[in-house]
Write a protein of this length. Structure first.
Length: 480
């Protein structure tokens, strides 16, 4: 973990001995979480394709998928030495449960354990997948689900430092409030995707819908990337086998296949050299878009094998773009995201203590004083005074601008993107010698300070002020 997360943990542990035991325990938990493996919560409405995308990200067909609501419990996917499922009950105890056939999380977990389903809090799924190195993935029931996490399970979802938000084409800004905590505090640490992009038309249609979502929701979630989760899942999990490609090759040679593919039922029932069960399996793995892509490839290259088909599916799915964003915007900013999430937890502790004091006073209980609240408030003030908040403001502004929700002049946008990029060697990226960077930073800081004060519209003025603080901080660091 990075410098600021470790600093946050140190400050929390320093305050811990001076407050009451329950608050001290909570601060120790905040400290431990700040330097632990970061988590990303996958959140969005019911049936938006979250679990299919989870499977693609972890490289296994483990999360239940299908039509309707499939995710009924919060599930944490972590890297482990063996594939294993533990059911975590509401009292904190764990019960092991075998994974179902094919390594999937079984349905009706409570019934299989002989416990009331309401007593099951969340699932802990350990996998040997390398995709989970350094990152925990949390899958949640959809927003609006009757099984939305509450109590400890809600804590599992809201403890995540980042969010992958899976959106339908009709998503509205007010729906963001129903998502997991990390998504509500975006756009920093939020990667938003248009789930099931194949349902809105062809690739151009999906890009247009995603751009519309970006402009509409960009202030909350940043840019929106179209993705076809089913194609991604099939391409990376090894679900497509040689027999499937042989069936696709036979369908590609059949002149009646294209006409039958216009309707799923017709595709599985029309006369064909491939049996109906196999055609139904192909639809389950690829849907009509994927079948069409595979047929086109095999007609152009009849010798193509499983690897070739999977590569084409992966390219069409958009998963690579999502993974690139996760690498840059989540893994590349873990220190910032963990620090900000820890501060939110300290703020929640302070608010809970404030509410408890108010409740005690209303009941006429003996006043124990507000010593602990004062110490929490002082801690929070110290945490928020650190220069890491300049990085947060730059990251958020860059995400809003990149989504199209915050238009900026070209020179302001260029400086914003430059400062928000965590890549090293800023002088090299500017084409400057190392000794020239301090002077450049001072000049740019003065430029944007003046711009922010010259009657500039509020939105642009705020960004100019943020860019000014970024350059001014850099100048201060270089001239100490």
């Amino acid at each position: 973990m990075g410098r600021w997360a470790e600093d946050t943990a140190r400050r929390c542990r320093a305050v811990s001995p001076a407050v009451a035991l329950p608050i001290a325990d909570a601060l120790d938990t905040v400290a431990a979480r700040a330097v632990a493996t970061p988590a990303i919560v996958v959140t969005g409405p019911v049936s938006s394709g979250k679990s299919t995308l989870v499977n693609a990200l972890v490289g296994r067909r483990v999360a239940p998928t299908g039509a309707g609501e499939c995710t009924r419990l919060t599930a944490r996917y972590v890297r482990g030495p063996v594939d294993r499922l533990d059911v975590v009950l509401a009292d904190g105890s764990r019960r092991p449960l075998p994974l179902a056939e094919g390594g999937r999380v079984p349905a009706a977990v409570g019934d299989r354990l002989g416990v009331d389903p309401g007593d099951v809090d969340h699932l802990l799924v350990s996998l040997t997948s390398e995709a989970l190195d350094g990152l925990t993935v949390v899958d949640t029931p959809g927003a609006g689900s009757a099984r939305r996490p509450r109590g400890p399970a809600r804590g599992v979802a809201d403890a995540a430092e980042a969010a992958l938000v899976v959106l339908p084409p009709t998503a509205l800004p007010e729906e963001i409030a129903g998502l997991a905590d990390a998504a509500r505090h975006g756009p920093a640490g939020v990667v938003a995707v248009l789930g099931r992009a194949d349902t809105v038309g062809d690739e151009a249609d999906a890009a247009a819908v995603a751009d519309g979502l970006s402009r509409r929701l960009g202030s909350h979630v940043g840019a929106v990337t179209p993705v076809i989760g089913l194609l991604a899942e099939t391409a990376v999990t090894g679900a497509l086998v040689t027999a499937d490609v042989a069936a696709l090759r036979a369908l590609a040679a059949d002149p009646g296949t294209d006409a039958a593919l216009v309707d799923p039922e017709l595709f599985t029932t029309a006369p064909s050299p491939v049996d109906p069960a196999t055609r139904a399996r192909l639809l389950d793995l690829l849907d009509r878009r994927g079948v069409g892509l595979a047929l086109a490839l095999l007609r152009a290259r009849p010798e193509a094998g499983v690897g070739d088909v999977c590569a084409a599916l992966l390219a069409a799915s958009g998963l690579d773009r999502v993974v690139d964003r996760l690498r840059a915007e989540v893994r590349g900013r873990v220190d910032l995201l963990a620090t900000v999430a820890a501060e939110r937890r300290v703020a929640a502790l302070a608010e809970a203590e404030r509410a408890a004091l108010r409740a005690d006073r209303r009941r006429g209980a003996p006043d124990g004083g507000d010593r602990d609240l004062v110490r929490l408030a002082d801690l929070l003030e110290d945490l928020r005074a650190r220069p890491v908040h300049v990085d947060l403001a730059l990251t958020e502004a860059a995400a809003r601008h990149g989504s199209g929700a915050l238009p900026l002049p070209a020179d302001l946008a260029a400086d914003l993107v430059l400062l928000a990029d965590p890549a090293p060697d800023l002088a090299g990226r500017l084409g400057l010698a190392a000794g020239e960077l301090a002077g450049h930073a001072a000049r740019r800081a003065a430029t944007w300070r003046g711009y922010a004060s010259w009657g500039t519209p509020p939105g642009r003025a705020d960004v100019a002020g943020t860019v000014h603080r970024g350059w001014a901080r850099l100048w201060g660091e270089l001239t100490r």
